[in-house]
Design a protein around this ligand. Sequence first.
Ligand code: CO8
Length: 258
Amino acid sequence: MAYQTLTVEIDDYVALIRLNRPEALNALNAQLLGELGDALAEADRNEKVRCIVLTGSEKAFAAGADIKEMAGKSFVDVYTDDLFGAEIDRITATRKPIIAAVSGYALGGGCELAMACDFILCADNAKFGQPEINLGVIAGIGGTQRLTRFVGKSKAMEMHLTGRFMDAAEAERSGLVSRVVPAAKLIPEALAAARKIAEKGQIAVMAAKEAVNRAYETTLREGILFERRSFQALFATEDQKEGMAAFLEKREPQFRDR
Ligand code: CO8
């Protein structure tokens, strides 16, 4: 499918999706979020894709929701349309892993989009922030909830109340991102991580993604029960037999996603 606000390249079982609205620093408008939902659904269906990398430009992953598009809307407009609600739900419904590769600004909805991915790798020039307070609003696609879970109440509250940005080193220190790499190495590192994931048995990959995400959505007791059942269920797969046999026979496993 051809898209106007993003590009998709598929190589070696990895889909690289690049947000592409340079004139607005990849600000998220209805068209971009709709196309992103379509591209992710297509990647989920495509047997040639086993992991997804979502990125922007060197200057901006995404500088937030599109302020020009939102500015004139009323409460009735955004409530009736449930602005971006369905689009974000489509993104988080993606079953294959999504790595956010963040360079430059990830602000407002851009920071929220990165946090809705499965993990964030960032370049040393990355800047994260929830500056909606400067526009007379607050985060609206998960920022108050996800940032707080990632970095804790004090730092999340400070960022939401003051609108200050967090640089890459602070983002790594506080657990928002998994790793910081030099800007020139961001895409190669993200693709290398994605290829590593693509080599694994995909049933176990999806089960791991579901189980880790439960940590953000349920109680510890329920999450541990969910993990235990998923772990047990994986013993019904051929990949479990193959993975353990390969270890014992001191060879590489050949997973078949069965
Ligand atoms: N929306 C629309 N256009 C934008 C946005 C944006 N969020 N960010 C940048 N642009 C445009 C600028 O207007 C400018 O366009 P033009 O050249 O036509 O004037 C172009 O991108 C380049 O931007 P700048 O000239 O400002 O570039 P600088 O390098 O000087 O500054 C910044 C970069 C610091 C990133 C600056 O652009 C900025 O502060 N942007 C806005 C950041 C922001 O406030 N983000 C939060 C937006 S609100 C939000 O995300 C809410 C999410 C929840 C929605 C939930 C719905 C339910």
